[in-house]
Ligand binder design. Structure first.
Ligand code: AP5
Length: 223
C-alpha cells in the first residue's frame, strides 16, 4: 500500500488482510510498539518519529527482513508504510526476487487537504489498533473502542506541527519511490482514495487484485 500520510493505507490493509487472508505488516505500528515498550530501539527512534522524520533505513530494513520470514507471511503479505525511501525499495526488490514473489503496488491518491483533515480527526485504539475518524467512522460510544472498550488515543505525530514535516518527508523521500517501483516493472495501480467510504475502496482494490474491476484506473506497466 503506497500513499501519503493519512491516505488510508492502514485502513485498507486492515480490511484487505481479512478478505485476502494475508499478513499485514505496518512498519509504523511496529515502530510504535517499540516506542511504547521503551526498549532500546524505542529510545533510539523516539526523537525522529515525534518530529515527523523517517527512521534510518538500516533499522527499518532489518525489522522488515525479519518480519517477512515469519510463518504468517507464507501466503503473502501487505506492506503498509514500506518501502519509504529508494534504498528501502532496493532492499525489498532483492528480498522479493529471492523469494520469487511478484508484488503489486496500490497507490492511494488523496489530496493533501483531505489527508490533513483526516489526520486531525483520527483516533486509534491503543490496544487492538482499530482506526476511527471523528467525522465519518465514529465508534458507537464516543472515544471508546467498539472491539475492546479501550479509551481511544490521538497519535503523538498527528499534532498539526508534526503533520507538515511528515508531508514534507513524503514529498522528498517517499514520492520518488513510486517511480522506482514503476521502473522496476512492478504492476502499479493508482486508486482514487477519497471519493468513497473505506469498504467501497477496499472492494475496488480487491477487484483490481483479482483483475475484474473496470472502475479502477490502472497504471500497470507505466514507465
Ligand atoms: P505510519 O504509521 O506508516 O504513518 P503514515 O505513513 O504517516 O500513515 P498514517 O498511518 O498517518 O496514515 P494511513 O495512510 O495509514 O491512513 P489511515 O488508514 O490511518 O508511520 C509513522 C512514522 O513511523 C513515520 O512518520 C516515520 O517516522 C516512521 N516510519 C514508518 N515506516 C517507516 C519506514 N518505512 N521508514 C522510515 N520510517 C518509517 O487513515 C487516516 C484517517 O482517515 C483515519 O482516521 C481513517 O479512519 C480515515 N479514513 C481512511 N480512509 C477513509 C475514507 N475512505 N474516507 C474517510 N476517512 C477515511
Amino acid at each position: 500500500m503506497f500513499g501519503p500520510p493519512g491516505s488510508g493505507k492502514g485502513t485498507q490493509a486492515k480490511l484487505l488482510r481479512q478478505s485476502l487472508g494475508v499478513a499485514h505488516i505496518s512498519t509504523g505500528d511496529m515502530l510504535r510498539e517499540h516506542l511504547a515498550a521503551g526498549d532500546e530501539m524505542g529510545k533510539e527512534i523516539a526523537g525522529v518519529m515525534q518530529s515527523g522524520g523517517l527512521v534510518p533505513d538500516e533499522t527499518v530494513n532489518r525489522m522488515v527482513e525479519e518480519r517477512i520470514e515469519r510463518p504468517d507471511c507464507e501466503k503473502g503479505f501487505i506492506l503498509d508504510g514500506f518501502p519509504r525511501t529508494v534504498p528501502q525499495a532496493r532492499l525489498l526488490a532483492g528480498l522479493l526476487a529471492a523469494k520469487g514473489i511478484r508484488p503489486l503496488v496500490v497507490h492511494l491518491k488523496v489530496d493533501y487537504n483531505v489527508v490533513i483533515a483526516r489526520i486531525s480527526g483520527r483516533r486509534q485504539c491503543p490496544t487492538c489498533g482499530a482506526l476511527y475518524a471523528i467525522s465519518s467512522n465514529v465508534p458507537t460510544v464516543s472515544e471508546v473502542c467498539d472491539y475492546d472498550g479501550s479509551k481511544l488515543a490521538i497519535r503523538e505525530d498527528d499534532r498539526p506541527e508534526v503533520v507538515g514535516e511528515r508531508l514534507r518527508a513524503y514529498e522528498r523521500q517517499t514520492a520518488p519511490v513510486l517511480e522506482f517501483l514503476r521502473q522496476a516493472g512492478y504492476a502499479c495501480f493508482d486508486v482514487e482514495g477519497a471519493d468513497a467510504p473505506p469498504q467501497v475502496i477496499a472492494r475496488r482494490i480487491e477487484g483490481l487484485i483479482r483483475g475484474v474491476d473496470p472502475l479502477v484506473e490502472s497504471g500497470a506497466g507505466k514507465g
